[in-house]
Ligand binder design. Structure first.
Ligand SMILES: [Zn+2]
Length: 321
């Protein structure tokens, strides 16, 4: 057992989610890794199923398993290990799909060579590979190579994109990039991770409207712990391109991400220890916070039980059919 498993308050909360969660789940954004130096450590799909089963009260879960995008993958030997590990995980877990890492200098040929298993159905890019020290300010071109788009378009693959820069989707360069590439490569499917990284809720308000007619732009809701941005994306773009996700093993950290001024902050274990309150103070893990935020967004949007099944399973199953 890891030291960040769910606490009794999470488990109490899980009981209250019983009537909300559909009978089967498809996690559109979770991570596994062969490398123990990832923060989350060496994690497998089996770890995920064991760690999260209490929260989902034993429901069956399919996953889009994204390789943990650590800097170590820039080493060719580590990249090779990650591919063998992912392939073995796919063999052990039929019904799941995986995303392999792409690097900024990759050609289409480099990307295609990594697709060594039929369940490798997506590509992951990440800002930490951008050639600059302040990678949180990187433009998407600095960490998502054109070759990835070409391969995704040829093969109908998914690309999971975690936007950076303080404005996320409110940054005009990020937004214009998404619009331009989605139109240029219509057979590729772009998932804007973390509801277009709207940890600062305001960043999707009025901006995601520009993406509503781009049918190949999708959203995973992983890691978002407040309902406003989830509701706004659902309201503006519709349920059909939105998917629940957890960002496991991040989902098993205590605390939550909150909007703070025009930025965001992750309340973590250290903060929780220093909080002082006159009333009983409790905390959940990110997984529980995310489910409650999504539940609230669904209620506020008057979603039907069919819509909720689509969010938690059918949309992802259709995307990766
Ligand atoms: Zn992630």
């Amino acid at each position: 057992m890891k030291d960040y498993v769910l606490n009794p308050y999470d488990l109490e909360a899980a009981k209250r989610l019983e009537d909300f969660l559909p009978h089967r789940l498809f996690d559109a954004h979770m991570h596994i890794s062969h490398n123990k130096n990832t923060g989350g450590g060496h994690t497998t799909l089996k770890d995920y199923f064991l760690d999260t089963a209490p929260l989902y009260c034993g429901r069956p879960v399919r996953c889009n398993a994204i390789v943990h995008p650590g800097r170590f993958l820039a080493e060719p030997a580590e990249m090779e290990k990650s591919l063998s590990f992912l392939a073995a995980q796919m063999e052990e877990n039929p019904g799941c799909v995986a995303e392999v890492q792409v690097l900024p200098e990759d050609t289409a040929e480099d990307v295609a060579k990594r697709l060594i298993h039929p369940a490798f159905r997506g590509l992951k890019c990440y800002h930490v590979f951008a050639r600059r020290s302040d990678t949180f300010n990187a433009s998407v071109e600095e960490y998502l190579p054109e070759g990835a788009w070409e391969v995704a378009d040829q093969r109908g693959l998914v690309i999971t994109l975690h936007l950076v820069k303080d404005g996320a989707l409110a940054d005009p360069d990020n937004r214009n990039y998404v619009k331009e590439k989605a139109k240029q490569y219509p057979n590729a499917k772009l998932i804007l991770a973390h509801a277009a990284r709207s940890f600062a809720s305001w960043t999707v308000f009025d901006t995601v409207d520009e993406l509503k007619d781009l049918e190949n732009v999708w959203f995973d809701f992983s890691g978002i712990c407040e309902s406003p941005s989830l509701q706004y994306v659902l309201k503006t773009c519709g349920v059909s391109r939105c998917m629940w996700g957890t960002d496991y093993p991040i989902s098993l950290l205590a605390g939550k991400a909150i909007s703070l001024a025009d930025r965001f902050y992750w309340i973590g274990e250290r903060d929780l220890k220093n909080f002082v309150s006159k009333t009983d103070l409790r905390s959940w893990h990110v997984a529980t916070e995310g489910l409650y935020a999504l539940r609230q967004a669904c209620i506020l949007q008057d979603l039907s039980s069919r819509d909720i099944e689509d969010l938690f399973y059918n949309n992802a199953a259709r995307l990766w059919q």
